[in-house]
Design a protein around this ligand. Structure first.
Ligand code: PLP
Length: 369
């Protein structure tokens, strides 16, 4: 048996021809950076997400940095965020010169706990940066009712997710997406997006992504080079029409995993939850498992790939040492790093493969259907 934790090989068989056509058109256009392929993608993705402005950038990390910079965040400012996320979330804050202020997560959603987050707000707080981890939105309702400043959504893993019908990337002042190849909508390289309601903020992001230039060779402010390229836009435009179906399939696979795991009733394993009113898009299907490392090893021996997102909470990473956080400070995040295990999840995974993964998990703990 060989079930990878993720593969794109099966997807290419489905949409390869459309991708080739789009790439050929982009090549023929002779525009390789920004240009018509990027504008076309920006228009299509804005409509798909339901946002007035979508600005293509080089990657999700830059999307976060540019969003914070568009808000004028820099040295001396604080941004409240979660320590249980990919590095780029807090890295982008540090990159502006501001200070990431961590707060613990909720055990069952892996997302920023709104109550403790709100308690971390100080007069220096300039924004909140919640992450919609694994495809489940953070509790934006609670954050927005308790904090009147700008909220930037790290929606890198959550395209298509929603909370009470409101899409990820449309609730905060700015939304940031990644199209890293393994994401639910993935390019053939790095790519990212910033979404905005406000035209003024959208314009700032557009200027910041081209070295702060309002007009070619006239620079208003210090920006960076973070343009989306035409090849990536072509790939993304070709894949976008498939996204809704792929998301439905992810949800169906997750439901199958959860039903099967629940049926086995393995005391040591807790499947992910989907709180009422949320649409979880299962970028990852992440369980909490006792003896996690042994389980991962057992699955590996049976040809099943898994991944640990994330093995070390950001507040314990050497790069953030100067912020002065200590082990034990965020118990839920530290517990998560000990027990999380992401099982194989991609739309082309078969029902049979899900059943085989669950069977192998059951066998490890001595449970059988
Ligand atoms: C939560 C989160 N934030 C930010 C990023 C950064 O995106 P990118 O890898 O496109 O720079 C990622 C993706 O890797 C992510 O998962």
């Amino acid at each position: 048996m060989s079930i990878p934790s993720f593969t794109l090989n099966r997807q290419i068989e489905i949409c390869g021809p459309e991708i080739s056509e789009r790439i050929a058109a982009a090549v023929a256009s002779g525009q390789f950076i920004l240009g018509s392929a990027v504008t076309e993608f920006e228009t299509a993705i804005a409509r798909a997400i339901g946002t007035p402005h979508a600005i293509g950038v080089a990657n999700g990390s830059d999307a976060l940095y540019l969003a914070l910079r568009a808000l004028g965040i820099g040295t001396g400012d604080e941004v409240v965020t979660t320590p249980f996320t990919f590095f780029a979330t807090a890295g982008s804050i540090l990159r502006t010169g501001a200070k990431p202020v961590f707060t613990d997560i909720q055990v069952d959603t892996f997302n920023m706990d709104p109550d403790t987050a709100l308690a971390r707000v100080t007069p220096r707080t300039r924004a909140m940066l919640p992450v919609h981890l694994f495809g489940l939105m953070a509790d934006m309702t609670a954050l927005m009712s308790g904090y009147s400043g700008p909220i930037v959504e790290d929606a890198a893993q959550a395209i298509g997710a929603s909370l009470h019908g409101r899409a990820a990337g449309t609730m905060g002042v700015l939304g940031c997406f990644s199209f890293f190849p393994t994401k639910n909508l993935g390019a053939f390289g790095d790519a990212g997006l910033v979404t905005a309601h406000d035209t003024g903020l959208a314009d700032k992001v557009k200027i910041l992504r081209v070295h702060g230039a309002t007009k070619k060779y006239y620079h208003e402010t210090l920006g960076i080079n973070s343009r989306l390229d035409a090849m990536q836009a072509a790939v993304l435009s070709a894949k976008l029409p498939y996204l809704a179906g792929w998301t439905e399939r992810r949800i169906a696979l997750a439901t199958r995993y959860t039903n099967a795991l629940t049926q086995l009733g393995i005391a040591e394993v807790v499947p992910p939850i989907v709180p009422v009113g949320y649409r979880h898009v299962f970028h990852q299907y992440t369980i909490r498992a006792e003896r996690r490392d042994e389980l991962a090893q057992h699955l590996k021996e049976h040809g099943i790939g898994t991944t640990v997102y994330y093995p070390l909470s950001l507040h314990l990473q050497p790069v953030f040492r100067e912020l002065g956080y200590k082990a034990g400070e965020f118990p839920n995040s530290e517990e998560a790093q000990r027990v999380v295990l992401s099982l194989p999840m991609f739309p082309e995974l078969t029902d049979l493969e899900v059943d085989q993964v669950v069977e192998a998990i059951g066998a490890f703990y001595g449970y059988h259907a």
